[in-house]
Design a protein around this ligand. Structure first.
Ligand code: NAD
Length: 365
């Protein structure tokens, strides 16, 4: 981890927080530091108009603190719009813990993080994200009630990933209907990039529907496991973006849709689980539109996980979780139609509906 030392004069020039594009009117940013446990975390609370800011905690070995700050700001803003478009009474927030989840995550560090969450009095509610397990949330639950995604054994809704994958599958089917006239995925060539918790469950749905599934990951053992289980094909090339395919499903990390990849992409549909897939939501949204690629906005179709954890707060059961997740199909179609009618990007169409819901609620308050 590189910790840059910058003079106060230089700092003034770079506008580190309020000047960042991703700052976008965040209500509050909390820096959490604990010398004894080595905890360095940032909690971003973007917007609480619709309800408490709910979003997962990501533990990642960021190269610089600036990267960590930028990531938490982008992610927490994304959560505001994800919950708003899904019709949930939740605001947007997110937390990042700086460090390697495999070697630096200790029970003491997680408990200290939980205490920081608790100190916010429920304005921010945490959950699982990359680098976190359900057992970590169970631990955090011992020091604060402001945590979701705890295990079913402890009364929670359990692992959100299968529901997230189901929502992505629904969004993908809707986008396929839009692009091809019907939502049948049988025979469609789908590339799933990243076969972690969500990616694998998505591969299962695709394989059940008879799609030709290609998988890529940096974890070879996992690739072989998933190939054997679902009869998928391991992608053996070194540039997936240039391959002939019908659907590209980014399910690893964000920003894979960018200046470099869009000109190479041959897919007709992009629908995946990763957050912040567009490196720049305006520029790259437009480039996809001009190229005629149907892009199902990430924050809309990967909302299954938040629907799942919201059940813990609202006390609804599995049936309602499935119903709300299946509705992602209808919302995706509505957004794709709105984008075409108004000649705007699908990202903007989804964003406008979400923003409208927030503005309306704000006027009522
Ligand atoms: P995960 O950590 O279980 O899986 C990610 C997978 O991507 C891993 O198998 C990893 O090896 C692989 N990977 C990493 N870099 C890669 C690369 N360059 N190329 C190919 N593969 C690579 O995470 P997950 O829970 O499956 O989530 C996947 C994505 O979906 C993340 O961006 C996450 O933020 C997002 N998401 C997850 C949920 C959820 O419920 N888990 C909800 C919403 C959004």
């Amino acid at each position: 981890m590189i910790t840059e030392v910058i003079s106060s004069n230089e700092l003034k020039k770079v506008a580190p927080v309020f000047g960042q594009i991703s700052f976008d009117n965040h209500e509050q940013i909390v820096f959490c530091n604990d010398k004894d446990t080595g905890l360095k975390a940032i909690i971003g609370i973007h917007n609480t108009v619709l309800g408490p800011a709910l979003g997962g905690t990501r533990m990642w070995n960021y190269e610089t603190e600036w990267d960590a700050l930028n990531d938490v700001l982008r992610l927490s803003r994304g959560m505001t719009f994800k919950s708003a478009i899904t019709g949930l009474n939740l605001g947007g927030g997110k937390a990042v813990i700086i460090g390697d989840a495999k070697t630096q995550k200790t029970p003491e560090l997680m408990l200290r993080f939980g205490e920081f969450v608790h100190s916010l009095g429920g304005k921010y509610i945490t959950a699982e994200d990359v680098g976190m397990e359900t057992s970590d949330m169970d631990l955090v639950r011992t020091v604060t009630p402001y945590v979701t995604g705890i295990s079913e054994a402890k009364g929670g809704a359990g692992n959100p990933s299968p529901i997230t994958a189901y929502g992505v599958f629904m969004g993908m089917k809707a986008a396929t209907k839009y692009a091809y006239g019907n939502d049948d995925l049988e025979g469609k060539k789908v590339y799933v990039q990243g076969i972690g918790n969500v990616g694998e469950a998505l591969v299962e749905h695709l394989s059940n529907e008879g799609a030709q599934v290609f998988i890529s990951d940096i974890n070879q053992a996992r690739l072989e496991q998933v190939r054997d289980k679902y009869n998928a094909v391991i992608y053996g090339g070194n540039n997936l973006y240039t391959e002939e395919m019908d659907i590209y499903a980014p399910c690893a990390l964000g920003a894979t849709i960018n200046d470099e990849t869009i000109p190479q992409l041959k897919a007709k549909v992009i629908a995946g689980a990763a957050n912040n897939q567009l490196a720049d939501e305006v520029t790259h949204g437009k480039m996809l539109r001009e190229k005629g690629i149907v892009y199902a906005p990430d924050f809309l179709i990967n909302a299954g996980g938040i629907i799942n954890v919201y059940a813990e707060l609202e006390n609804y059961g599995k049936q309602e979780i499935i119903r709300k997740t299946e509705n992602i199909y209808n919302t995706t179609l509505e957004i794709l139609t709105k984008a075409e009618t108004q000649d705007i990007t699908t990202h903007k169409a989804a964003f406008e509906i979400a923003q409208n819901r927030i503005d309306t609620r704000k006027k009522e308050q």
